[in-house]
Design a protein around this ligand. Structure first.
Ligand SMILES: *Cc1c(COP(=O)(O)O)cnc(C)c1O
Length: 449
């Protein structure tokens, strides 16, 4: 087998910021040990998120030059609409400025009389938008039997929850891939089973399909009966099971901004459109410029390219192996990120001194790498009674922007991690100085103990 390589060559280059260790130490102190508050030009490799951080292709740039910026009925809208229709099979398509705008409107429209919503793993803004409608948002456990599709929902549990007479279920949301479970995939057979259960109980079944293209590659390579199907065929078969979906174009749209709402339910579409005009803009632009609609149409198509997907998924898996080789304990790799177990890496730091946060600081000081804490600061360190408790695993997420970095960058990151491991006991724990309740992780201030 040959090494996997980027199925593209570079036409425009962007220098990345190079800094010294001393400078990084100073920058980190200036932002009170919160890497999320650094300026991007102080960061060499930015793995904060895979959202909106994608590189555009030459086809996207040229489509953008030809965009139609008319207020209503622009050509660019029809290009966007026909592409999304072809990929999803849904007849009603509305652009919005990003994924969360679609959530906000959809749940307002959908959940007027409901009491609870279920998911295989709600994304944080998705959960929050459901809660704002005074509706409970509950994650159902993932299936334990499936080795290859750990993003699957437990259908027995789902059936049990929907059979309860005492509460009205508003919607079941399948997150694909399952971002809250490490970006692990969901199988088509699981989606079909969940779909049948929702239909039987007359409950809306929507997809949060931000990383749907990455999911098709796992289906093609792991699920029986899909080997000979194209990613586009798999995507269509998947969307066919749903009433509709929301998509953030900042992930598998291969764009920097944008979102999509798509549905086969005329009544939902009509209500959604009214709200969209108020909140986002006319339904043929939805808060986006014509050039954004063009970039999304090309991006969605490119995201379903087999060579692109094969490289994308193999790159993430290979990155996981490189980190393990350098001493990391990681979660099973999904499609967009690697999650490192910080308690294994920094076993001398107790949970109340935030080992995952300490590792993000060490990655920055040692190598100019920015990562994201996925532990008791992100998920909350209080128990049900508001008492301090550290119940969550301490993970660090390294999210890989699409088409931005090469294998050499990933190799460098793995080496930096290896270097940290050699002197792991030097990494210090941290305590909180200030933790604003909302937007915590972007504003929090810490100090070393
Ligand atoms: C990013 C994301 C969203 C929200 O999309 P934005 O474009 O960031 O508003 C919703 N759900 C999932 C699963 C996501 O990954």
């Amino acid at each position: 087998m040959f090494s996997t390589f980027e199925p593209y060559r570079i036409k425009a280059v962007e220098p990345i910021p190079l800094t010294t260790r001393d400078n990084r130490q100073k920058y980190l102190e200036e932002v009170a040990f919160n890497p999320n508050r650094l300026k991007a030009n102080q960061v060499t490799i930015d793995f904060l998120t895979d959202s909106g951080s994608n590189a555009l292709s030459c086809k996207q740039w040229s489509a953008m030059m030809q965009a139609d910026e008319s207020y209503a009925g622009a050509d660019s809208f029809y290009t966007f609409e026909s592409t999304v229709k072809a990929i999803t099979g849904f007849p009603f398509i509305v652009p919005v400025h990003q994924g969360r705008a679609a959530e906000k409107i959809l749940f307002k429209v959908l959940l007027s009389e409901a009491e609870v919503a279920y998911s295989n793993g709600f994304f944080d803004t998705t959960r929050e938008h459901i809660l704002q409608n005074k509706i409970k948002a509950i994650n159902i456990d993932t299936e334990t039997e499936s080795r290859d599709f750990k993003g699957n929902i437990d259908c027995r549990k789902l059936e049990e929850m929907l059979s309860k007479e005492d509460q009205k279920v508003g919607v079941v949301v399948m997150t694909i891939t399952n971002g809250e479970r490490g970006g692990l995939p969901v199988s088509i057979s699981n989606i079909k089973e969940a779909s049948a259960i929702c239909r039987k109980h007359n409950v809306f079944f929507y997809a949060d399909a931000c990383r749907f293209a990455e999911n098709t590659w796992f289906v093609k390579t792991r699920e029986k009966g899909f080997m000979d199907k194209t990613p586009s065929q798999i995507a269509l078969e998947m969307f066919n099971e749903f009433d509709g979906c929301i998509i953030s174009a900042k992930k598998d749209g291969l764009c920097n901004i944008g979102g999509i709402f798509a549905t086969r339910q005329r009544e939902v579409y009509e209500k959604f459109s009214e709200e969209c005009i108020l909140a986002e803009g006319h339904i043929t632009y939805g808060g986006l410029a014509g050039r954004d609609l063009e970039a999304i149409a090309v991006g969605l198509t490119e995201a379903l390219d087999e060579h692109y997907l094969q490289h994308r998924i193999e790159m993430v898996q290979e990155f996981g192996r490189m980190l393990e080789f350098n001493g990391a304990t990681i979660l099973e790799p999904g499609g967009h990120a690697i999650f490192i177990d910080a308690e294994k890496a920094l076993s001398h730091i107790p949970r109340n001194q935030h080992p995952a946060w300490a590792l993000t600081c060490a990655l920055y000081v040692e190598g100019g790498i920015r990562a994201y804490e996925y532990g008791n600061l992100k998920f909350g360190y209080k128990d049900e009674n508001g008492k301090e408790a550290f119940l969550h695993r301490e993970l660090v997420r390294l999210a890989i922007p699409r088409r931005v970095y090469t294998m050499s960058h990933l190799k460098y990151v793995a080496e930096v991690f290896g270097k940290i491991m050699q002197n792991a006991s030097n990494v210090r724990g941290l305590t909180i100085i200030r933790f604003p309740s909302f937007l915590g992780l972007f504003e929090i201030e810490m100090k070393e103990v």
